[in-house]
Design a protein around this ligand. Structure first.
Ligand SMILES: Cc1ncc(COP(=O)(O)O)c(C=O)c1O
Length: 638
C-alpha cells in the first residue's frame, strides 16, 4: 500500500510532473458539480458549528464523589463467600483447521495488494465444519422465510422528507420494534425477485425524480422517493474527521469498515488532548486539584453514557474495555450465582463470538445448556421458534440488536418482553446498534446492555455495561483490587457498591472522557437523522450491488441497517477486499467473528462494506463500480 502524505493545505498531492492526478476531475467540473450539489440541497445549513468539545472544568468541582460518599456496604460477604468458579474443563479441543482460502478474521491490513489473485482459491460454499461445543440443545430447524412484511408506508411518517434540515431537539415519537425512536424506514428487501439494475452513475442524487439510479422507497406511493439528502451537512461532518482526508494507494480513503471500528471526530481527539494536557490524574483517591478534575470528567462521562442509553442513573453504568469484556463480566460475575446444571441460556444464530464464547464457558462451568434461536433465509430471527425454545429453566437470553455479519435489526423489544414472560433475564449486545439506532434501556426494559466506544466514534479500550440497579447490587465483583473496595484486611475485604465494585484498578479514565465527547458529537447530529441518512446509503448500495452479476447479498431481512455483506462468484472475499483496497476502499472480508451465522448460509467468509453517517453516495457509487469491474474481470480470473 502506498499512502502519499496529504499536503499541508489538504489539497491533492501533485503528480511527479506537477499535474493533477488522473482520478481528480478538472477544476471546472469540480466547481460545477459542487455548485449543482449545494443548490440541490433544500435549505441546506451553511455554517454549522461543529465544535463539540465538552466544556473543560475550570475550577474546584463541588461535591466530588469521594470514597467516603459511597454508602458503606452492610454485611457484604467476603470474597471467598461468593460462588467460586469450579475448575474449568480442560481447554477446548482445537478448532477445526480453517479451510484453505478462508480469510483470517482480522489480520494486519494488507501492505500491498497482489497483482494477481490466487488461482487455486476454492469456492466459497462448503459443508460447515464441526464445531466442538458444550451442551447445546439445537433449536428447531430453520423454517421457510417468514411472510412478507406489510408494505404500507405512511409518507407522513418520514419527518426527514418534510422537515427543514437541522438538528431536531427531540427525536420524533415513534412506535416500532427493534429500533425505538427510529423512523419507520421502509423495508430494504421486498419478497419479489430483484429487478433493479446497478446504480453506477455518480451523483445520482443530483438527478430528478424518476430517473434511473434514484431509489424508490419500496412500498411507498408511486413517485415518493426516499430523500437522499441528509438532515445534516455531510460535507461539513466529513471535515470533522481528519482521517477521511487520507489518501490510500493514491486515492481518497473510502472508509467502509465501520462495523469493525469507526473513525474519530476532531472533537474526540481534542478532548483526549485536553484531558492529558489539563486534567490527567488518577481518580477518586486524592484531595488535589487534578484528581478532582479527572474524577469530575470521568464521573461526568458516566452520566453522559447513562443519558445516552436512557438509564435510570449513572450508578447503572459500569465502564469496561469493550463489549467483549462487558459480556465476560456478566458471564463471570452474574452467571455462576444464577445458573445450575440443566438451566438454559438462549442465544440467537446471529451472535458475534463475543456473545457466544463467554456463555459456552459458563455452560461448561455450571452444566447449563445453550439453545439457539434460528433465523429465516433472510437473516431475521424467528420469534415463534424463540417462544418455543423458552422454558422455566431459561435463565438468560442474550441477543444482538444489530447483526454485525448480516445487518439484520433484531426486534429486541419483543425478545425482551417474551423472555421476561418466561422469567429470564435478557442481555442486549448493542455493539453494532448504538452507532445507528436510538437505544433506550428503560423503554426496552433490558436487564443488561453492552457496547464498545470505538464503534461509536469514540476511543478504543473503553466500553459500557449497563445493568439494572437491582441486578448490579446483587452481583458479586469479578475482579479484585484497588478502587473496588471499602476496607481491606488480610482476613477479609469489603466492596464498594456498584458501579465501583466492578471497576477494579485504574480504569481507562481518558478514554471514558473521550467516549462522552463522541456521544455528545453523535447527539448533536441526532440518531434519527443518522438512521434516516444511512438508510438511503444502504438502499443505494443494496440496489447497486444487486445489479452486479454473480454477486449474492448475504442478509436480506426487510429490517436492516448499515451493513451490506456479499460474496462474489469466482472470488474469495479476501481477494475482493484486497482489490478494493487498491482503490482506496476499506471493507472487511472474513468471518466477522460470527462463524455460526455465516455457516448457516454455507459460507466461511463474506465481503462486508459497512456504512456510517460520514459516508457519501459518491463513495457508494465508487464501491459499486469497483465491484462491477471485478465481476466483469472474472472471466479471466480462473
Ligand atoms: C455485535 C458485536 N458484538 C460484540 C463485538 C465485540 O466488540 P469488541 O471487540 O469491541 O469487544 C462486536 C465487534 O465487532 C460486534 O459486532
Amino acid at each position: 500500500m502506498t499512502t502519499p502524505p496529504p499536503t499541508a493545505d489538504g489539497s491533492a498531492p501533485a503528480t511527479a510532473d506537477g499535474s493533477a492526478p488522473a482520478w481528480l476531475p478538472d477544476e471546472e467540473t469540480l466547481s460545477r458539480l459542487a455548485g449543482e450539489f449545494f443548490r440541490a440541497l433544500p435549505g441546506q445549513p451553511t455554517d454549522m458549528d461543529m465544535d463539540m468539545a465538552a466544556p473543560v472544568p475550570d475550577g474546584h468541582p463541588q461535591g466530588l464523589p469521594g470514597q467516603s460518599e459511597w454508602p458503606a456496604p452492610t454485611g457484604l460477604p467476603v470474597q471467598s463467600e461468593w460462588p467460586v468458579p469450579t475448575g474449568l474443563p480442560a481447554a477446548d479441543p482445537p478448532p477445526p483447521a480453517p479451510t484453505a482460502g478462508m480469510s483470517p478474521p482480522s489480520g494486519p491490513p494488507p501492505t500491498s495488494a497482489p497483482a494477481t489473485f490466487a488461482a487455486s482459491a476454492p469456492g466459497l460454499a462448503g459443508p460447515a465444519p464441526e464445531v466442538p461445543a458444550p451442551p447445546v440443545a439445537p433449536g428447531p430447524p430453520p423454517v421457510a422465510p417468514s411472510s412478507a412484511p406489510a408494505r404500507l408506508v405512511d409518507p407522513g411518517a418520514y419527518y426527514f422528507l418534510t422537515e427543514a434540515p437541522g438538528y431536531p431537539a427531540q427525536p420524533p415519537e415513534l412506535p416500532g420494534f427493534g429500533h425505538l425512536g427510529l423512523p419507520p424506514l421502509p423495508p430494504l428487501f421486498e419478497p419479489e425477485p430483484p429487478t433493479a439494475a446497478a446504480t453506477t452513475a455518480p451523483y445520482y442524487f443530483l438527478q430528478g425524480p424518476g430517473v434511473p439510479g434514484v431509489s424508490e422507497a419500496p412500498g411507498s406511493p408511486v413517485g415518493l422517493l426516499l430523500d437522499p439528502h441528509p438532515a445534516f451537512d455531510v460535507r461539513a461532518v466529513r471535515r470533522d474527521f481528519p482521517i477521511l482526508s487520507e489518501l490510500v494507494n493514491g486515492r481518497p480513503l473510502i472508509w467502509l469498515d465501520n462495523a469493525a471500528t469507526t473513525q474519530k471526530p476532531q472533537a474526540v481527539i481534542d478532548r483526549l488532548v485536553e484531558f492529558y494536557s489539563r486534567e490527567n490524574s488518577n481518580i477518586h483517591r486524592a484531595a488535589h486539584e487534578l484528581a478532582a478534575r479527572a474524577t469530575d470528567a470521568y464521573e461526568g462521562a458516566r452520566k453522559t453514557v447513562a443519558r445516552f442509553v436512557g438509564a435510570g442513573s449513572a450508578e447503572e453504568i459500569v465502564f469496561v474495555r469493550g463489549t467483549t469484556e462487558a459480556i465476560n463480566l456478566v458471564a463471570k460475575a452474574w452467571g455462576p450465582g444464577h445458573l445450575r446444571a440443566g438451566d438454559e441460556i438462549v442465544l440467537s444464530h446471529l451472535e458475534h463470538h463475543a456473545n457466544i464464547v463467554p456463555w459456552q464457558m459458563l455452560a461448561q462451568q455450571t452444566g447449563a445448556v445453550i439453545k439457539v434461536i434460528p433465523v429465516d433465509d433472510d437473516g431475521q430471527v424467528l420469534l415463534d421458534e424463540y417462544t418455543k425454545l423458552l422454558s422455566d429453566r431459561t435463565r438468560l437470553v442474550a441477543v444482538t440488536q444489530l447483526s454485525n455479519a448480516l445487518g439484520t435489526v433484531v426486534p429486541v423489544e419483543q425478545i425482551i418482553e417474551i423472555g421476561h414472560r418466561a422469567g429470564a433475564r435478557v442481555l442486549v449486545d448493542a455493539a453494532q446498534s448504538v452507532p445507528h439506532l436510538t437505544v433506550d434501556v428503560t423503554a426496552l426494559d433490558a436487564d443488561f446492555l453492552v457496547f464498545s466506544g470505538h464503534k461509536l466514534f469514540g476511543p478504543t479500550g473503553i466500553g459500557v455495561l449497563y445493568a439494572k440497579r437491582e441486578i448490579l447490587e446483587d452481583m458479586p465483583p469479578w475482579e479484585g483490587g484497588g478502587n473496588m473496595i471499602t476496607d481491606v484486611t488480610f482476613e477479609r475485604s469489603g466492596y464498594q457498591p456498584p458501579p465501583g465494585r466492578f471497576e477494579a484498578g485504574t480504569g481507562n479514565i481518558a478514554d471514558a472522557v473521550g467516549l462522552a465527547a463522541a456521544i455528545d458529537y453523535v447527539e448533536r447530529i441526532g440518531l434519527p437523522n443518522i438512521a434516516a441518512y444511512e438508510h438511503t446509503l444502504l438502499e443505494h448500495a443494496t440496489e447497486g450491488l444487486r445489479g452486479v452479476p454473480g454477486l449474492r447479498l448475504i442478509g436480506t431481512a426487510p429490517d436492516k441497517a448499515s451493513i451490506a455483506s456479499f460474496v462474489l462468484d469466482g472470488y474469495e472475499p479476501a481477494e475482493v477486499g484486497t482489490a478494493l483496497n487498491e482503490e482506496g476502499i476499506a471493507v472487511r472480508s472474513g468471518h466477522h467473528c460470527a462463524q455460526p451465522i455465516l455457516r448457516r448460509y454455507g459460507l466461511e467468509a463474506t465481503v462486508r462494506p459497512s456504512f456510517a453517517f460520514y459516508n457519501t453516495h459518491e463513495e457508494v457509487d465508487t464501491l459499486i463500480t469497483a465491484v462491477h469491474r471485478l465481476a466483469t474481470r472474472r472471466g479471466g480470473h480462473h
